[in-house]
Design a protein around this ligand. Sequence first.
Ligand code: SAM
Length: 236
Amino acid sequence: MPSGRLRDTHKTVVDVGCGTGRELSQLASDHPRHVRFIGVEPAANMRRIAAARTARCPNVRIVDGRFERLPLETQSVDYLYSVLAFHWTTDLRKSVSELARVLRPTGEMDLTFIGRNNGREFIMKTTPVFFKYMTLATMVEAVSLRKQLRLEEATALFREAFDSSGLTVTESYHTYYDTLDGHWGWWMRIEGQLVNVPSDQKTECNQAVRAAISTLETASGIPYTVHLLHVRLREI
Ligand SMILES: C[S@@+](CC[C@H](N)C(=O)[O-])C[C@H]1O[C@@H](n2cnc3c(N)ncnc32)[C@H](O)[C@@H]1O
């Protein structure tokens, strides 16, 4: 999270994939009015909520856009951050070159996004089940909806565009425990795979997936490990 990371020199601050504007509205209320905040978000429903949430801050603007095509002037941004959105880009190289384009030469950045090993316990258990209900082609299509990078891949990608020793790429793992139903609601929302299961087999597939996930049960609940990548650019 970028809170507390803004410097006095940061006059234009951008949140890409700002969603409902939670972080932006917090930052805008904690900083003086001369700092310009811009939320970039492709989903109209999210933009509406973000605009309503930040309506009392005249220095916040919510705009339509995405990593692949940022609606921002070249070398105009002092600090750019993004929370859990970069893995949704459809074009990694274009997105990274857009980030390099809009940042000022002294610009700083923090991107936090999901990496390749996200939810590895669930993947190990559910992949054999999905293969019973989906073809290889529909599985590949579902999985490629999200870009899932390894640390080395993310490092190589960002190094190509940011030739700076101020750039670091790190990873972290966080394991959360919950009940099956506790995990189920959000997991179904973010995992697109089931959309491709033929409708007459959905109920049966859901039951098989739930049974597979239940085998992960421990005394603390069912684990889900989040794999996060963090790209950090600081002036040196
Ligand atoms: C998990 S939400 C995170 C929202 C917000 N950053 C937060 O932490 O609450 C992911 C957001 O990324 C947005 N998104 C999807 N594809 C995107 C893209 N290509 N470029 C930028 N944002 C994108 C979604 O519309 C969604 O608002």
